[in-house]
Write a protein that binds this ligand. Structure first.
Ligand SMILES: Cc1cc2nc3c(=O)[nH]c(=O)nc-3n(C[C@H](O)[C@H](O)[C@H](O)COP(=O)(O)OP(=O)(O)OC[C@H]3O[C@@H](n4cnc5c(N)ncnc54)[C@H](O)[C@@H]3O)c2cc1C
Length: 489
């Protein structure tokens, strides 16, 4: 059957939009079906919509020429761009334990990020989505809002997708429809993991006596609270996740009870402008593909937002999947290429889930957790401890196992500046694979439809996948590395 689209994506969140851009860049016809009528929501705006973007996402945006479209991060102070100040600057946290800039030694990381870009910048979901939406539309992606995926059926060569009584067809369906993914549920994907321990609240309220709440992040006998500005509350209540699971909206009376109990004060809430809940259940799909149906982002893995990694994990999924699915659609994928999406991304997702579980474990209001928390606090106050923890959370150690011949293989390519002044990331806007090396390699690159760039003697021969991951270094073994990832034209 001739499908109207190559790919239908369920969900126009950041992951669905990023994936759509990658597929469209690779000449695929993409339709996004998005449940919500409206792109904007107070939860996607400051302060609750602020998300930390870490190195893999920063690199992905940089490589597609989108990083500088994000205005908001320019207004935040960042580790490498701020002059030293008398006060210590917090640049992240682990389980609520501050990580300070002056403790981090980036020379201990295997590589540095593009130019002077710090490994952790702030973005706003609303802005990120609007940048990605503009790019997707410019690339020809069709976005249909107010159409929830309600069902689908896959056949040998296509998938029929339903949104109530409407029907769409494509060769592939990708569920980027978030933590409660219908694609995952209907697609028969097992979603294994651990149960929640707390209900988290993000709320904007009026408080008659905000001064009774202590500044900063406060671990108390029953949970944690943080008042970032008067009336802006972040709360963790270790109720086993019961309130979040009840799916009740937090009322004024409820918020009042929770903040008084957690803070052990008489804080008096007079109005609730906005309140939402979240939790720390950690689950991951045991497969990311079932036939012609794939999962990416929160649809494939959920965990507590501690350490701020879900969005970064999802953008990494999209960057990894986009070129592989496009090659499959264009009949240019070597054996096993699409399955390498799961093989590479599932272990990374599992690590992130474990890191978020570890954080929750030492935030619990128990004596054992407090003791561990104190030990971690001491470790994070050392140079090695802070550098390691920040580096892990910010993705500085990420490396796929390709049976490497060189420490760079499996890692994100450094942002080389060549002798002629060209910068690596700027050469990747078209999403093509690249072979860096002398002129004698041009015919090999042409055979596989890969962009050949002379590079320079300092850099040598490097094969780079469209997602910016180094596939091979050096001439020995290059041919078989080409065959592993690409097909001859
Ligand atoms: C309080 C909080 C703080 C966070 N902080 C960070 C942070 O600092 N850094 C970080 O990396 N991550 C953070 N996260 C996690 C991050 O927000 C998510 O991981 C990210 O939004 C996932 O993107 P997504 O596109 O996969 O899913 P979503 O953003 O959930 O988007 C899914 C989209 O699918 C749509 N949809 C749902 N069902 C259907 C359907 N049936 N049909 C069609 N469309 C559908 C939805 O309307 C939505 O637009 C935080 C999360 C929370 C709750």
């Amino acid at each position: 059957m001739k499908s109207t689209y190559d790919v239908i994506i369920a969900g126009a969140g950041p992951v669905g939009l990023f994936l759509a851009c990658e597929l469209a860049l690779a000449q695929c016809a993409v339709l996004i079906l998005e449940k919500s009528e409206n792109a904007s929501s107070p939860l996607k705006q400051m302060p609750f919509g602020v998300r930390g973007l870490t190195s893999p996402s920063i690199e992905a945006l940089h490589r597609r020429g989108l990083l500088h479209d994000l205005e908001i991060h320019k207004h935040f102070k960042t580790p490498h761009s701020t002059p030293a100040k008398a006060t210590r600057r917090q640049v992240g946290h682990f389980a609520g334990i501050s990580i300070y800039e002056d403790k981090i030694d980036p020379s201990l990381w295997p590589y540095r990020l593009p130019g002077d870009t710090p490994p952790n910048i702030m973005s706003e979901m609303a802005e990120l989505e609007s940048v990605l939406m503009r790019r997707a539309e410019a690339l020809g992606v069709v976005i249909r809002r107010g159409l929830a995926v309600t069902g689908f059926h896959q056949a040998n060569d296509h998938v029929t997708v339903h949104s109530d009584d409407r029907t769409f067809t494509a060769q592939w369906l990708v569920g980027c429809d978030g933590s409660r993914s219908i694609v995952r549920k209907l697609g028969g994907f097992a979603f294994d993991g651990t149960e929640p321990t707390f209900t988290g609240y993000s709320a904007k309220v009026d408080i008659a006596n905000p001064e009774v709440l202590k500044p900063g992040r406060n671990m108390t006998a029953t949970g944690m609270y943080l008042q970032s500005q008067p009336g802006y509350l972040l709360i963790q209540d270790f109720d086993g996740g019961a309130f979040h699971q009840s799916q009740h909206a937090p009322t004024l009376a409820h918020m009042q009870e929770v903040i008084r109990r957690i803070s052990d004060t008489d804080a008096t809430i007079t109005n609730v402008h906005m309140a939402t809940t979240w939790t720390d259940h950690s689950r991951q799909a045991t497969a990311y593909r079932n036939g012609r149906v794939l999962l990416a982002g929160d649809a494939a893995h959920i965990h507590s937002p501690l350490g701020g990694q879900g969005l970064n994990l999802g953008i990494g999924d999209a960057m990894n999947l986009g070129w592989k699915l496009a090659a499959t659609i264009h009949n240019k994928a070597p054996e096993g290429l699409l399955d390498s999406y799961y093989n590479e991304r599932h272990p990374l997702g599992a690590q992130v889930l474990d890191w978020s579980r570890a954080q929750v474990a030492i935030m619990k209001p128990t004596p054992e957790a407090r003791a561990l928390n104190t030990i971690m606090r001491d470790l994070i106050d050392t140079r090695d401890g802070a550098t390691y923890i920040a580096g892990r959370i910010w993705g500085m150690f990420t490396q796929y196992d390709f049976g490497a011949n060189h420490p760079l293989v499996g890692r994100s390519v450094p942002n080389f500046t060549f002798e002629n002044g060209d910068v690596m990331g700027d050469l990747m806007h078209d999403g093509a694979a690249i072979l860096l090396g002398d002129a004698s390699l041009k015919h090999l690159a042409d055979d596989y439809g890969i962009k050949h760039i002379p590079g320079d003697a300092n850099v040598g021969t490097v094969l780079i996948r469209p997602d910016g991951i180094v596939a091979w270094v050096g001439v020995d073994g290059l041919q078989s590395a080409m065959e592993q990832w690409f097909t001859k034209q």
